[in-house]
Design a protein around this ligand. Sequence first.
Ligand code: ADP
Ligand code: ADP
Length: 237
Amino acid sequence: MITTKDLTKVYRSRGREVTALHGVDLHVREGEVYGVVGTSGAGKSTLIRCVNLLERPSSGSVTVDGVELTALPGGERAGRELREARRRIGMVFQHFNLLSSRTVQQNVELPLEIIGLDRTQRRRKAAELLDLVGLGDRARSYPSQLSGGQKQRVGIARALAGDPKVLLSDEATSALDPETTRSILKLLRDLNQQLGLTVLLITHEMDVIKSVCDSAALMRGGRVVESGGLTGLLADP
Ligand code: ADP
Ligand code: ADP
């Protein structure tokens, strides 16, 4: 479902070069929860941002659901194909990235507005999504009235608005306490099972990997140093 081949990213800023990814090969199968773990600076965020082309890789390829995203025209003139492919990739963020001036429902409706659904369709879809994440009764609240876990549920509902086949999660539980973390991870697992959603998550916590992932990769210094099924990985000394 997600394949990266020889993915390399070099950042250039103020005359300095930082190679954040050195030829990363990743293979995430359809319907699995795949975790990428590593310490800060390992290249995890760069990797996940390259997967949905928020960041253009310097070289190598990214293929999601059979579409080679890196082969599609991007940048300012990002073509229809790339926009459509990206719509099928949901993204969840560490700090939720909700608009504080909009209600929960309006936050979830935002991507639906961009797709061009009319008001009635948007309402119905947003209500469905909020029910799915267990927030059906908070549609009219503002983000500031919610707990961290509830905010992340809104973030997840919004990420699901385009009916994605793939959900990318960038440290989705890092700002949450352990109990809330467990409930959000359980939600991701439930969505994975109910919707057949493929989940690629990055985290610096091995516990997150152990509790929800089917497979995982360990990154260090911009490279995948180990990967495979979770049982195999944990069996290693
Ligand atoms: P992680 O998510 O594992 O903490 P990152 O992908 O954020 O790792 O960072 C990998 C490396 O790339 C780090 O050395 C970081 O400083 C560098 N880096 C990340 N983003 C940028 C950027 N926009 N410009 C320059 N260097 C960056
Ligand atoms: P993370 O939690 O992923 O390690 P960071 O704090 O490293 O995040 O990075 C936060 C933001 O700053 C990211 O958007 C990243 O691209 C950018 N960034 C990280 N390192 C650098 C750098 N050395 N130069 C410029 N931007 C950077």
